[in-house]
Ligand binder design. Sequence first.
Ligand code: ZN
Ligand code: FE
Ligand code: FE
Length: 274
Amino acid sequence: MRFAPVPDYHMHTPRCHHAIGSIRDYAAVAVQLGLSEIGMSDHSPMPNGFDAAWRMQDDELAGYLDELEQTRERFAGRLAIRRGLEADYHPGSEAYVADMIASHPWDYIIGSVHYIGDWGFDNPDNMEQWQGRDLDDAYCAYFETVAASARTGMFDIIGHPDLIKKFGHRPTPGSRRVAETMEAMLQAVKEAGAALEISSAGLRKPVGEVYPHGAMIARAAELKIPFAFGSDAHAPGEVGHAMDTCLAMLTACGVQEVAAFEQRRMRLLPITPL
Ligand code: ZN
Ligand code: FE
Ligand code: FE
């Protein structure tokens, strides 16, 4: 199935040390693909140099915002470019993140969990740390952390909400504990009024699946949680990746709109089959 393009709100810049291309390059691809709106969401700084190798530093925020402003002007009238961040939820850093959010004119903030405690579970350099893990425990700890991220109320979009599956690790089929923890997470997202991200990035990872999996999409749709699309592009060529696949999964669950953001206010745009 094909659909009219919706905004792609998840893309990075070289400031995070693992992406390529200028904002202008991402925007040019978006225009070529017929998108009318995108948002940049590079990995935000963290306090005390936490995880510095994978994110911009404090003193790079101004340059990021400058580049965004210049590119917004260049593409004015052709492409709306929203100002976003992918902020990590890592307990203890809330005050720092809240201050960073309050200090600049963001259109939206994606809250993502990449850490369970000090364990960077999605980092391919840490694969040995998966060995001997109880996978149900890992899933529950992950969903509990995502729920806590939603409860902070700081985030507009909850990023790639089952990232824990990235390398293909699976919980016990039918595990009630995992299902209940996921349900509590979705209830927290619902209560926070945040959108859930549907991300094509998982299709490019060992798991080979959209984030989140179909059952979570179906349950979130039932709860009327809005969805926002993100490719999680780390290169201009990934902009809009598998958007139709993601939109088809949403419409199959009865979802007819996606979330869009401006100055941290959500509006809903129709999903239009072509
Ligand atoms: Zn990244
Ligand atoms: Fe992420
Ligand atoms: Fe990302």
